[in-house]
Design a binder for this molecule. Structure first.
Ligand SMILES: O=Nc1c(NC[C@H](O)[C@H](O)[C@H](O)CO)[nH]c(=O)[nH]c1=O
Length: 166
């Protein structure tokens, strides 16, 4: 019996009135592209208009916190404020401690960012020990052993924006 993973939503949330920002790193781009696609498809299935899904990029996961803050500020200045933002990055352990330091610092920075931007910041950072783990969590490993986690992030974004938005 599978006990892990996102449980059933308490209700289906209507995303037709929200604007979502996706800001993704460009490292491990094949995995990133699958995660972004999964998030967009799930949000579209929940009524989010594709013109209200704005996508931005940064070089790597370490740039996500600052990039997200500036992305939110820019959209507000444009008169197209976001209701929720999904930073997406894929960190894969290498032979040094680089992975640990980026994973830990970026995770804390993204969590703390919510107070600064006064909106939900969905945690879209995969921190994987192997490439195979990352492929599986993007739903693109050979055995399709897991679902695309980007879909969960899209669903969480709609729920959090509708339930706890401004
Ligand atoms: O090293 N591995 C990774 C990585 N390093 C780059 C880092 O995020 C940053 O862009 C540079 O250090 C410059 O500031 N960024 C990732 O998104 N995934 C990785 O797996």
């Amino acid at each position: 019996m599978a006990v892990k993973g996102l449980g059933k939503p308490d209700q289906v949330y209507d995303g037709s009135k929200i604007r979502v920002g996706i800001i993704h790193a460009r490292w491990n781009s094949v995995i990133i592209d699958a995660l972004v696609k999964g998030a967009i498809e799930r949000m579209a299935s929940l009524g989010v208009n594709e013109k209200n899904i704005i996508v931005e990029t940064v070089p790597g996961s370490y740039e996500l916190p600052w990039g997200t803050k500036r992305f939110v500020d820019r959209q507000a200045k444009l008169g197209e404020p976001l209701d929720v933002v999904i930073p997406i990055g894929v960190l894969i352990k290498g032979s040094t401690m680089h992975f640990e330091y980026i994973s830990d610092s970026t995770t804390h920075a993204l969590m703390n960012l919510q107070e600064k931007v006064n909106m939900p910041v969905i945690f879209g950072l995969l921190t994987c020990m192997t490439e195979e783990q990352a492929l599986a969590r993007a739903g693109i490993d050979d055995s399709h052993s897991m679902h695309n986690h980007g879909e969960d992030w899209g669903a969480a974004a709609v729920e959090m924006a509708v339930k706890f938005g401004k």
